[in-house]
Ligand binder design. Structure first.
Ligand SMILES: Cc1ncc(COP(=O)(O)O)c(C=O)c1O
Length: 354
């Protein structure tokens, strides 16, 4: 990759495509659909490549991401998060004239505001009532609160009740409460669904789950769609869960200093998402000693001949893919070690309409 200026974010397309296909295979023969969470990459070009058979649109965390996807021509977008500002709800309603749009709701005032915005624009936005299934973040806390909100959706013009959503958070292999947390999420969603249906409401969609619970979701007959995102790139943090995914993301760095068994590369916190641990050098026996904003210092465990010299390049595997993408505004798509194309990523360069 001689012409790629470092630090650069690389996606190995063979690994990415194999992950996308492997996820589709996992869902084959089930009625569960995948709605890839694009907050992981915020890159329309990658989103389009994820929308293969078995997928039904994308999941977003923010309005900016939703707008980015709709502007890129993606026709079915779920904002799996609460949107409350009037100016933002107005944009949600406007997006609905160009795509099928749904949003999560867990309180009344934003729902009423959304209904007003939609009515003014003769738009329709679908709503998923967000249920706290154990993460302790957003979401209503009990089935009756969900029913109160769901009835309001049904009674409000411009909005349509699509169903429920509940995200349990990342449940790692090492979490001793993993089994209990998976079960808690399942029962909270199924009980809430049953409660809503018991009061005469229709709940066609129950959306939730992530990469760490993708396998569990297959035997959980409550979810109708899964919001996994990291699956397409994999992370060491998700190892041990029996997932058929391989790492697809690396950061290209250049050695800018070094002597003896030390080398310093030009990628630090501003190029590598380190939230789940230090980055791991690929193909060179080395360990991270320290990281700064623009630097990573490595201790080399290889012979002098195999050690990178000043100007040599190496690849680092970041621990947190979503945060790594958020640090770059373009991504180099690589196949068999060669650049296939370079595409924009990120919501900041794209801008927003509000
Ligand atoms: C609401 C929601 N759904 C799904 C996901 C996807 O999780 P993952 O990237 O681990 O697949 C996330 C990630 O944080 C999320 O916040």
């Amino acid at each position: 990759l001689p012409d790629v200026p470092s630090p650069a974010l690389l996606v190995d397309l063979d690994a990415f495509e194999a992950n996308v296909t492997a996820a589709a295979k996992m869902l084959e023969g089930t009625s569960i659909r995948l709605r890839p969470h694009i907050k992981t990459h915020r890159c329309p070009s990658l989103a389009r490549r994820q929308l293969i058979r078995g997928t039904i649109g994308v999941t977003c965390a923010t309005l900016a991401e939703a707008e980015l996807m709709v502007d890129a021509g993606i026709g079915d977008v779920l904002i799996a998060n609460e949107i409350v500002a009037h100016s933002h709800l107005d944009v949600v309603a406007r997006l609905a004239s160009r795509a099928r749009v749904a949003v999560a709701v867990d309180s009344l005032a934003p729902l009423q505001e959304l209904s007003r915005c939609c009515t003014e624009l003769s738009a329709q936005v679908d709503v998923l009532v967000d249920v706290d299934v154990g993460l302790g973040r957003c979401g209503v806390r009990d089935p009756e609160a969900a029913a109160v909100l769901a009835r309001k959706v049904v009674a409000s013009p411009g909005v349509h009740l699509r169903g429920l959503m509940g995200y349990e958070g990342r449940l790692r292999r090492s979490n001793p409460q993993r089994t209990a947390r998976v079960e808690l999420a399942r029962t909270r969603l199924s009980q809430t669904k049953a409660h809503l249906e018991g009061v005469g409401l229709t709940v066609p969609v129950v959306s939730g789950g992530g990469t760490s619970t993708l396998r569990d979701a297959l035997s959980n007959h409550t979810l109708t769609e899964i919001q996994a995102g990291t699956y397409a790139f994999m992370e060491a943090d998700l190892c041990g869960l029996g997932l058929p995914f391989t790492p697809a993301v690396s950061v290209l760095a250049t050695t800018i200093s070094g002597s003896g068994n030390r080398c310093v590369v030009d990628a630090g916190w501003k190029a590598l998402g380190c939230h789940y641990g230090d980055p791991v050098p690929i193909g060179v026996a080395a360990k991270v000693v320290k990281i700064g904003e623009e630097h990573t210092v490595l201790r080399l465990h290889c012979s002098r001949d195999a050690s990178p010299g000043v100007g040599d390049r190496l690849l680092l595997r970041p621990s947190h893919v979503g945060m790594t993408f958020a640090l770059h505004n373009r991504v180099w798509l690589i196949r068999a070690g060669r650049v296939e194309t370079c595409v924009p990523a990120g919501v900041y360069a794209h801008g927003g309409s509000w």
